[in-house]
Design a protein around this ligand. Structure first.
Ligand SMILES: CC(C)(COP(=O)(O)OP(=O)(O)OC[C@H]1O[C@@H](n2cnc3c(N)ncnc32)[C@H](O[C@H]2O[C@H](COP(=O)(O)OP(=O)(O)OP(=O)(O)O)[C@@H](O)[C@H]2O)[C@@H]1O)[C@@H](O)C(=O)NCCC(=O)NCCS
Ligand SMILES: Nc1ncnc2[nH]cnc12
Length: 289
């Protein structure tokens, strides 16, 4: 019997399993995508000495089932507190699988909320990406902000918030993922419609995210200068036509080397890239060229 069969009420077991599979596949595609400046892929470990692709594979395997559970909970109109408890258990499984290395803390949160909203959207048979993101803001946005204000944990995100006043994963989710809806998805869809490969469309969506996101990981390791430099380099690649333009792959690889040399790692952007791929797949077939 499917692991989702006993839990589902409003959502069919098949739909919960489909949401789980799409989210897991989105994490896998994010890992495989190359070049993602400073990040781990199958090619190299970028700015990281404590993890590689096998660490991420173990982390993804540990998260299987979590997104279906969130989809069920979302369909059942669970509160943010209930979703958060499921997320914390998944986070613990992730840390056990990676021996304490932070591979997907942000993705457990962001993609988990999107899976919950997708479960809710699927009950109404409306799979539109913008609606899924709006559901997160409308149903859980206020609670996400309140939980953030009450949080006492000295996370990296909390430190950069205190030091630079920068928003992070909580604000992105509470506002309905404006970076994904306003920047990454349009870039991804435009490139796919123009005939770019899945990898090139993902690389350009990634640069579109880095160009605008206040990525806490960049701020934590390198401060505002690193964030500004990352944004300028990303904008430059996009202004020259992105990864599929002539010489685009070489320019993207040069940016990957620059990030790696400076130990810059936009982990928040990586999570939002996975969110972009998940939402595009959940919505349905991509537009033809
Ligand atoms: C609400 C939480 C997510 C906690 O958030 P907070 O901001 O307090 O704490 P962080 O621990 O910093 O986690 C936030 C993670 O979100 C990603 N992120 C960063 N900036 C943004 C942004 N602007 N928008 C969206 N997302 C963002 C990022 O995650 C990715 O990077 C991590 C890897 O970083 P890395 O540099 O490699 O490793 P570190 O060990 O952290 O640093 P170094 O020592 O190496 O320098 C990886 O996790 C990526 O996914 C931030 O890390 C929250 O944890 C929470 O409340 N969880 C509850 C359970 C839950 O998820 N519930 C489900 C939904 S209700
Ligand atoms: N591929 C990746 N490399 C480094 N940090 C990440 N956080 C999420 N995905 C990541």
């Amino acid at each position: 019997m499917s692991p989702f069969a006993l839990r589902t009420r409003g959502l069919s077991a098949g739909e919960a399993a489909r949401i789980d599979a799409l989210a897991v596949e989105a994490l896998m595609r994010e890992l495989v995508c190359y070049p993602k400046p400073g990040l781990v892929s199958l090619v190299d470990s970028g700015s990281h000495s404590d993890m590689d692709a096998s660490t991420f594979r173990r982390s993804i395997a540990a998260l299987e089932g979590y997104f279906g559970e969130m989809a069920d909970a979302g369909a059942e109109r669970s509160s943010f507190r209930e979703l958060n408890a499921i997320g914390r258990r998944a986070e613990a499984r992730m840390f056990a699988a990676t021996h304490g290395i932070n591979t997907h803390r942000g993705a457990v949160f962001s993609l988990g909320l999107l899976a919950a909203a997708a479960g809710r959207a699927a009950v109404d048979e409306n799979h539109e990406a913008a609606r899924v993101c709006r559901l997160v803001a409308d149903h859980w946005g206020a609670e996400i902000r309140m939980a953030g204000a009450a949080e006492r944990e000295a996370s990296h995100g909390a430190r950069v918030r205190a030091r630079y006043g920068a928003p992070g994963a909580r604000e992105e989710a509470a506002e309905g993922f404006p970076t994904v809806i306003g920047h990454a998805l349009p870039a991804y869809r435009a490139k796919r419609a123009a005939g770019a490969s899945l990898n090139d469309a993902m690389v350009d969506a990634f640069f579109a995210i880095v160009a605008v996101l206040e990525d806490n990981n960049l701020l934590y390791r390198g401060g505002p200068e690193a964030l500004r430099r990352a944004q300028e380099l990303a904008l430059d690649v996009l202004a020259r036509g992105g990864a599929s333009a002539p010489g685009g792959r070489e320019r993207a690889e040069a940016v990957h080397r620059a990030f790696t040399a400076a130990r810059m790692s936009p982990g928040g952007a990586a999570d939002l890239l996975a969110a972009t791929v998940f939402l595009a797949a959940f919505e349905g077939p991509e537009p033809c060229a």
